[in-house]
Design a protein around this ligand. Structure first.
Ligand SMILES: C/C(=C\Cc1cc(O)c2ccccc2c1O)CCC[C@H](C)CCC[C@H](C)CCCC(C)C
Ligand SMILES: C[S@@+](CC[C@H](N)C(=O)[O-])C[C@H]1O[C@@H](n2cnc3c(N)ncnc32)[C@H](O)[C@@H]1O
Length: 269
């Protein structure tokens, strides 16, 4: 069923409702972290603004490789036919569509995001690239930090490039733990905050000299500059494994992908 929603204004010059979102210098009282984007509403507006070009820029800037990384993420989740699964921070639906094909017509995919524009793109893609199995996807506008699902509900969960964007990662992992069935896995794909200075240098160079200039063509350089600072503020693979175990996961392994540019955490409840 198509997700029915009115598009939020795409234009980055549209006067945002929330004062915090105005591009002008924030009031001194408004604390900002290194990424400069500290509150949930600001992050939601960022993803609303980039929704129209998000998929195309990902394909272009990763030379299509991100689709391979996402297939690996889904495979690591242990998803199988008939499962009830969650794609948290689903965005335009890449992982949700992969999960849909894995669980088949008897399975169920809940795809949750708090960006209406991202969900609108996902729903549009569902109609555009229609497959019978896609009828098993439900698009849900919601907050990853307060999941609208009962305890122990899912057989598997994926999070593609979502955890790094959440303002409370520990709470997010607690929510994931809560809604997972015992023995089930969460598979979390994201940029890797590498412990190798050479990898960090290469990653930073690509972001500064390829990604941001490309985004600038669409007037979105500020939104893509956020990538580098958000990675710098993220957790290393070892720190992600430690956090997952502290939250209560029985096992947690972080696998580096794409020569350490990306990483995937697999945690078992
Ligand atoms: C799918 C990818 C990124 C998704 C993504 C995640 C975010 O948190 C964002 C935040 C703000 C704006 C955009 C995003 C966003 O797109 C990864 C691939 C796409 C990247 C934009 C390109 C990354 C380039 C790598 C550093 C180098 C890739 C080398 C490759 C092997 C050719
Ligand atoms: C980089 S996109 C990833 C989209 C998709 N998973 C993929 O792999 O391409 C991050 C997504 O997380 C969503 N997001 C960020 N914080 C969120 C939150 N607190 N609750 C729900 N969604 C959130 C954004 O709206 C955005 O669609």
């Amino acid at each position: 069923m198509a997700f029915s929603v009115q598009l939020m204004p795409f234009s980055s010059t549209a006067p945002p409702r929330c004062p915090a979102l105005r591009r002008r210098r924030p009031p001194p009282s408004h604390r900002r972290n290194q990424t400069g984007i500290v509150c949930t509403a600001e992050r939601r507006e960022l993803f609303n603004r980039i929704a129209l070009v998000y998929d195309n820029l990902n394909d272009l800037l990763s030379l299509g490789q991100h689709r391979i990384w996402k297939k690996m993420c889904v495979s690591w989740s242990g998803v199988k036919k008939g499962d009830i699964v969650l794609d948290m921070c689903c965005g335009s639906g890449d992982l949700a569509f992969l999960l849909s094909q894995k669980v088949g017509p008897n399975g169920k995919v809940s795809a949750l995001d708090f960006s209406r524009n991202q969900l609108f793109i996902a729903s549009t893609r569902q109609d555009l690239f229609w497959k019978a199995c896609y009828e098993n996807i439900k698009w849900i506008e919601g907050d990853a930090l307060n999941l609208p699902f009962e305890d122990g509900y899912f057989n598997a969960i994926t999070v593609g490039y979502g955890l790094r964007n959440l303002i409370d990662r520990r709470k997010a992992l607690h929510e994931i733990f809560r809604v997972l069935k015992p023995g089930s896995k969460v598979s979390i794909l994201d940029f890797n905050k590498s412990t190798s200075s050479l990898t960090t240098l290469c990653q930073g160079w690509a972001l500064d000299n390829v990604v941001v200039p490309a985004a600038n063509v669409y007037g979105l350089s500020e939104e893509y500059k956020y990538l580098k600072s958000s990675i710098a503020e993220f957790l290393t693979g070892g720190e992600l494994e430690k956090l997952a175990r502290e939250v209560g996961f029985s096992d947690a392994r972080h696998y580096e992908v794409a020569a350490g540019l990306m990483g995937n955490l697999v945690a078992t409840r």
